[in-house]
Design a protein around this ligand. Structure first.
Ligand SMILES: [Zn+2]
Length: 458
């Protein structure tokens, strides 16, 4: 797969293997050498390897590598072990192997190129990582894997661009390579700064890029908010992006190995829409703040980095978050209707016509309630626990409407059935919640006065 080439000649990855771990490693090498991988000479790669060893042998990085490359040359604990020399020998061997594949009889499980047969690869060299079918090989990972020297070398560099969440290294991946390149360049810039400032010399610091997120879900959304705002403005993002965190635990005793947190493109589309308006953005963060778990945690870190957030969790699970868009106590919507409409269309896949039908019917109902002054109808609709009682509330409103002597019907039969039994029916509770949100918005002036439980005239 080829990437678009920018008009300005910048280092660009030419070949994408399609495995996020290898591609990230190639990107790290390109950032370090400031050259496309294919243009790197053996000398360039050796220099990059030397730099990598200098970084990996710092106390901050060594600490990270126990869970990424256990027992590797970077962190061997045997007395008198020459970490520098042995790591150099290993990496230089891979660099030599890139151009020396003539005798190979096996092929790389990542990219299909002739494998590097001078050594067998174990989790010492390649974290128990991978995607797709590769994952299934973990239990029988006995005789080493066939990997080409290029992929094996790339994997050595990949952790440089990883992210830390929940105390573990995470690979950030996306369907859009431009996002990964932009993010990788940012992370690499930080590495240079931190290296220069001597931060890696203390084992108390993280080697990996760490923004101190305890919750991987919140970390994933944090990245999506950042990409949706900054990267969209830079023109790096397209409308349908997905963001994935591969959280890695390569400790020898850990059988789980990897957990995947995936933000679908529908959610990204919604998030990017919110982040691109200053008003919606601040309203969104205010809303999130109301839904962080209250449990005691790490008091030194802000809640949004450490606590479970139901909105994030529901979005990742594909469950509706309409409940968050209304405040039943204050009887107000928590977001403007246009946001809710966008949410229904982009995340819940509801078509515009249906959204419009629900809106028109709700506006008529709002008018009916205002004129009939039966304000507790709103509460009765909100309290409907099953479809028959919800339908019953609508019937009562149709009667109210007739009593008001309106000529036009409150709703046509077609609209009524379409709203309640439509083709893309996603559960009547969503219709009820949308209606309640719209009623709160339309009737907020009168409902606000009714907040104290002084019930209204029947
Ligand atoms: Zn390969």
């Amino acid at each position: 797969m080829l990437l678009q080439v920018d008009p300005e000649p910048k280092p660009q990855p030419r070949k994408i293997v399609g495995d996020p771990f290898i591609d990230t490693g190639i990107l790290a090498i390109e950032l370090m050498t400031e050259k496309p991988f294919d243009a790197c000479t053996q000398e360039d790669l050796r220099l990059a390897a030397d730099n990598l060893i200098d970084i990996y042998l710092t106390p901050a990085w060594k600490k990270e590598l126990y869970s990424i490359f256990p027992n590797s040359t970077y962190i061997q604990s045997s007395r008198g072990y020459d970490h520098q020399g042995r790591s150099k020998k290993f990496l230089y061997g891979l660099i030599d192997g890139i151009s020396n594949t003539s005798s190979s009889t096996t092929f790389c499980c990542y990219c299909g190129a002739p494998a590097h047969e001078l050594m067998s690869f174990y989790k010492t060299h390649v974290p128990l990582i991978g995607s797709g079918s590769f994952t299934n090989f973990f239990p029988s990972f006995q005789n080493g894997l066939s990997i080409c020297a290029r992929c094996a070398l790339a994997i050595q560099f990949a952790p440089l661009l990883w992210y830390k969440a929940g105390g573990k290294p995470c690979l950030v991946s996306s369907n859009n390579q431009n996002i990964i390149r932009e993010f990788g360049a940012e992370v690499f810039k930080k590495i240079r700064v931190r290296l220069a400032s001597g931060e890696y010399e203390s084992g108390r610091n993280s080697g990996l890029f760490d923004e101190k997120f305890k919750s991987p879900q919140n970390a994933l959304f944090h990245l999506a908010y950042k990409f949706g705002k900054e990267y969209c403005m830079k023109g790096v993002c397209r409308p349908n992006e997905s963001v994935v965190l591969y959280r890695i635990d390569n400790y020898n005793q850990n059988p789980t190995g990897i957990r995947i947190y995936s933000l679908p493109s529908s959610v990204f589309r919604f998030v990017a829409f919110m982040m691109n308006s200053p008003d919606y953005r601040s309203a969104w963060f205010t809303l999130l703040n109301r839904h962080y778990a209250k449990a005691k945690g790490d008091e030194e870190l802000p809640t949004w980095k450490t606590k479970y957030n139901a909105i994030h969790a529901f979005l990742l699970d594909g469950k509706s978050i309409l409940w968050a868009f209304k405040d039943d106590k204050a009887r107000i919507p928590t977001m403007p209707w246009v946001v809710i409409e966008w949410y229904m269309r982009s995340v819940r896949d509801m078509n515009q016509q249906r959204v419009d039908q629900i809106k028109v019917m709700s506006d008529n109902i709002a008018l009916c309630i205002r004129e009939s002054k039966k304000f507790n109808r709103v509460l009765d609709i909100a309290a409907a626990r099953d479809l028959p009682s919800f339908r019953n509330q609508l019937q009562l409103l149709i009667k109210d409407w007739q009593k008001l002597g309106k000529e036009k019907p409150l709703t046509t039969f077609d609209d009524y059935t379409a709203v309640l039994l439509p083709g893309d029916y996603r559960g009547w509770t969503e219709v009820r919640d949308l209606m309640v949100i719209r009623l709160y918005e339309q009737l907020h002036d009168v409902l606000a006065k009714e907040v104290e439980p002084e019930e209204v005239t029947e």
